[in-house]
Structures are given as structure tokens and as C-alpha cells.
Design a protein around this ligand. Structure first.
Ligand SMILES: Cc1cc2nc3c(=O)[nH]c(=O)nc-3n(C[C@H](O)[C@H](O)[C@H](O)COP(=O)(O)OP(=O)(O)OC[C@H]3O[C@@H](n4cnc5c(N)ncnc54)[C@H](O)[C@@H]3O)c2cc1C
Length: 470
């Protein structure tokens, strides 16, 4: 690491989640001098938090959850080296034409179609191992999902997970990988592209929050806060914003850049997700083994704007979602091993917004319109049928929605009045500031976002390299 404060890097990255490391890897391969600043801690396989509560409080901003203004959705925003790739469920899907068509309509960007994006998906997929769960290792929660779908005539498909060797034959339980995978199977960026970028010379500084950027024609000055160690400044010829939907919007707003780019913080989406639990007389033990194996793959669901997922969560998360107290709460928690779980993930149509108050507090406005609520209701009804048809005695619904796929705020598009990033991943009007992460999503695709973030980052890396080398 270069300790000289006046050192001028070729590129500074804000955020070491998914997009940052995917771009940095390509730039470091080309010998570019890169610095990556990340607000979260740098854990290793041995040091990831070992339980639900520690994981939630240590791996996320605001100690676990940020609430929208109307308190109907809790946003989970990762804060750790590896970002979402450490805590996510590692489900990787390519977008379909439905998603790309609506992106193209919204943004005017013509490469949003399956064939133009295919080579970038291939490059992204070549960096990670992708597996499905074999029949031998499906747990009872997965069996219920499949049985219910088969009985009711809906189409399902195996989930594609970014994993390498989950050691199920040794009795490994994957649910703990939501706090970081201790066996290195999950294909998080610290296990893949970030690891390689570091060996190629990337400088990574964790536990540093970037609070302001000041761009000029030939460089960008980056101001950061480092806990008790205080403020610092770094300089680079180019900047890559990879702090996620809320992180990028917040930083650009705090830097006053919304005067030139009024769309900063607008068009925020989050695929609101709602968990439901079927309670059975028999033990389900949904926490054991490979905790997710199937997804819905039903054309009718896609048309109706939702999908169903075979998921589970740790006991602390379930306790919060149940939303009850005292004896009633006790009665449910005693039966935890009898719970099966299915989640409805909705494709939201109401654009939200991200603002920053004078005191630095982030305000997230994300309401749900009638259409969004109707999408939830349709999914909820089918979950109820799946649980009832497979013998559940009771069905309980999570008491609020969860926003895990945080998208938008710095939308890509051709029009600088309605978008923030141009089709070459540059901030409109700034030739040396780039972004290709979840913040550039123009709207909600209704499909897991991370593989597309990797693919867009690969594409952006090629554009950034061209720009640096020209
Ligand atoms: C519990 C959970 C489950 C999920 N499951 C799936 C799934 O199965 N499949 C899927 O496709 N997606 C899933 N997602 C969503 C996916 O992980 C995100 O869409 C993805 O991580 C976004 O990538 P990113 O690079 O845009 O940002 P992130 O991965 O969020 O990385 C941004 C990083 O920037 C850092 N940062 C922010 N602000 C600053 C600042 N000012 N200074 C320095 N650093 C900063 C953050 O700390 C963070 O580490 C899930 C998310 C969660 C939370």
C-alpha cells in the first residue's frame, strides 16, 4: 500500500462489494494502480460472526436494518468487504427479455437485450462456480416446496447457486453462510475476483467510509472518515462508485452533485420480499443441510410480477418477523423446528427515493402502490395453498416486507435530466467518474440482480480501461 497522502492513484473505488472487485480485477490485470476504500470490516473464513445476531449487527449498515419512511419495508444493506456477496443467498440468474425490454424502454440504452449481454454474462460466470442442489441433499423445506408446486400444477426449477463445494455429505448446514461462508464454498468476491485483484496489487483499505468527493477535470479528491482515526484524503485520476444503490446516492448527494444531476437518489427499487411460514405437526428442520434448492419458474407468476423462493432464515430474523410478544411468541418459537418457509419476492412498480438530511441522516421513501400490494397478495395466496396442500396446520406471515435487492438511485440512461450514468457507465458530464453497480438499475427487473451486476461490471471495466488507456 502506498502511504504517501499525496499519491495520485489511477483509480479509486468506493465500495468493495460485488461491482467494485469485479471491475478492479480487470483493471489490476492491466497493471492499473488501484485503491479500494470500504466502510465495512475485512473478515476471513475464520472470523465471520458465528451466530445470527452477531451476523446481523456486524455485517450491515445501521446494525442490521434501515426502515423506509412508512416503516413497511426493512432494508438490509451489507457493510463488509465483499458486500452483498458475503451475506446473500448466492442465487445467480441471467435476466430475460422481459427485464431487458423494460430497462431499454426506461433508459434508452440499446445493449440491454439478451444477445448483447450474453458475452458479458459468460465472462462473469467464468469467474464463479455455479451449482444446483442434488436430490440427495434437498432438505424437507425444499421437498415441501416441490411437492406443493407439483400438486398445484405450477412450474419450478432448481436454484442456481454461486457455490463450489458445500460439503453436504459431511453434514454441513448452509444456513450459516448468510453470515459469511466458513468453508469458502460460497463464491463471494473475497474468494474469487477480489482475492485475485489483491494478488495483482490492488490496495484495499477496510473500515473507511467515503463522505465526500470533489471532482475536477483531471482528478477526483476523495474524503473519508476512519472511525476514531478521523478524516483522510485520497486522490485519483478516475473514480469508480461501487457503494450500492443507497451508498452511491448518499455519497453523491452529500457531495452536492444533484445540482448538475437532478436524478440522483430517484428511481429506487428493492423487490419487496415477504416470508411466510407453514407450521406442520412433524419436524421440518428447515435449517439443516442445503437450505435452498428450488425457485418458481412459472410464466404466470412472471406475468403477475412475483416469484416464490424456497428460503429460510436464522432464528433471530424469524423472531423479529413474527411480530408478536409474550406467550404467543413463545408458543411459535418453541415450534421453530416444525416451520417450513417460502418467500414471495415482488417486482415493484413504485419508484422510491433516497434523500440525505442536513444532519447526514439517510431518508428512504418507498411506498407500495395498489399494483405492488396486489402482486404480494397473489403470491401470498399461492404460498398458503402450497402449505395447506402439503399438510401445514397453520400459516403465519412475516409482519413486514424486506428489501434485499436495493437498486437504482443513479439510473443509467441517455437523458441527463432523468438518469445519472450514461451508456458508457460515466456520470453524465464527468469523464472520470464511473458506476456499474446496483445503483444504475433503471427499474426493478424481478430477477436476482447479482449476476447482472457482475456482467455489467465486466462490460464497464472494458469501457473504463479504454478510457484510461486512450
Ligand atoms: C440477505 C441478502 C440476500 C440476498 N440474496 C441475493 C441472491 O440470492 N441473489 C442475488 O442476485 N442478490 C441477492 N442479494 C442482493 C445482492 O447481494 C446485491 O444486489 C448486491 O450485493 C449489490 O452489489 P453492489 O456491488 O451494487 O453493492 P454491495 O454488494 O452492497 O457493496 C457495496 C459496498 O459498498 C460499501 N459502501 C457503501 N457506502 C460506502 C462509503 N460511503 N464508503 C465506503 N464504502 C461504502 C458497503 O459497505 C458495501 O460493502 C441479497 C442481498 C441480501 C442483503
Amino acid at each position: 500500500m502506498n502511504k504517501n497522502p499525496s499519491h495520485l492513484y489511477d483509480v479509486i473505488f468506493v465500495g468493495a462489494g460485488i461491482s467494485g472487485p469485479f471491475i478492479a480485477h480487470e483493471l489490476c490485470k492491466a497493471g492499473i494502480d488501484c485503491l479500494m476504500l470500504e466502510a465495512g470490516k475485512h473478515y476471513t473464513r475464520k472470523t465471520y460472526p458465528r451466530n445470527d445476531l452477531d451476523g446481523t449487527s456486524q455485517l450491515y449498515w445501521a446494525g442490521g436494518m434501515e426502515l423506509g419512511q412508512d416503516c413497511q419495508i426493512a432494508f438490509l444493506r451489507p457493510k463488509v468487504v465483499g458486500g452483498g456477496s458475503i451475506v446473500n443467498q448466492a442465487l445467480v440468474d441471467r435476466f430475460d427479455d422481459d427485464a431487458f425490454d423494460s430497462w431499454r424502454d426506461q433508459s434508452g440504452v440499446d445493449f440491454f437485450n439478451e444477445s448483447d449481454m450474453a458475452p458479458w454474462y459468460e465472462k462473469a460466470e467464468s469467474e464463479i462456480s455455479i451449482q444446483t442442489i442434488s436430490e440427495a441433499f434437498r432438505n424437507e423445506n425444499a421437498n415441501i416446496f416441490k411437492q406443493g408446486f407439483d400438486k398445484l400444477g405450477f412450474t419450478h426449477a432448481p436454484l442456481r447457486r454461486a457455490q463450489k463445494d458445500c460439503k453436504h455429505e459431511e453434514g454441513n448446514c448452509c444456513i450459516e453462510c448468510l453470515n459469511g461462508c466458513r468453508i469458502g464454498s460460497k463464491q463471494s468476491t473475497p474468494e474469487t475476483v477480489l482475492k485475485e485483484a489483491l494478488t495483482l496489487g490492488l490496495t484495499l483499505i477496510p473500515e473507511v467510509e467515503v463522505v465526500k468527493i470533489s471532482p475536477s477535470a483531471d482528478q477526483v479528491v476523495v474524503e473519508s472518515m476512519n472511525g476514531l482515526k478521523g478524516k483522510n484524503q485520497y486522490r485519483a485520476k478516475h473514480l469508480v462508485l461501487a457503494a450500492g444503490a443507497i451508498g452511491n446516492s448518499r455519497l453523491l448527494l452529500m457531495s452536492g452533485m444533484n445540482k448538475q444531476l437532478p436524478a440522483i437518489g430517484k428511481n429506487f427499487f428493492c423487490h419487496p420480499q415477504y416470508m411466510a411460514f407453514g407450521i406442520y405437526n412433524k419436524e421440518i428442520k428447515a435449517h439443516l443441510g442445503a437450505f435452498q434448492a428450488f425457485k418458481s419458474d412459472d410464466a404466470g407468476f412472471r406475468k403477475d410480477g412475483f416469484k416464490l423462493e424456497n428460503v429460510y432464515a436464522g432464528p433471530a430474523a424469524i423472531a423479529i418477523l413474527l411480530g408478536n410478544y409474550g406467550q404467543a411468541h413463545h408458543r411459535y418459537m418453541e415450534k421453530l423446528s416444525h416451520f417450513a418457509c417460502i418467500e414471495v419476492c415482488t417486482r415493484d412498480t413504485t419508484p422510491g427515493s433516497i434523500r440525505v438530511k442536513r444532519n447526514g441522516k439517510t431518508i428512504i421513501d418507498k411506498t407500495r402502490n395498489k399494483e405492488d400490494l396486489a402482486r404480494y397478495d397473489k403470491g401470498k395466496k399461492i404460498i398458503n395453498e402450497i402449505f395447506r396442500s402439503t399438510g401445514a396446520k397453520e400459516v403465519v406471515y412475516g409482519s413486514f416486507g424486506i428489501g434485499l435487492h436495493l437498486m437504482g438511485g443513479c439510473a443509467i440512461g441517455v437523458n441527463p435530466k432523468t438518469s445519472v450514468v450514461d451508456p458508457e457507465f460515466r456520470l453524465h458530464g464527468y469523464k472520470n467518474i464511473f458506476a456499474a453497480d446496483s445503483s444504475i438499475f433503471p427499474n426493478a427487473p424481478g430477477i436476482n440482480p447479482s449476476l447482472t451486476i457482475m456482467a455489467l461490471s465486466k462490460k464497464a471495466a472494458a469501457d473504463i480501461l479504454r478510457s484510461i488507456q486512450s
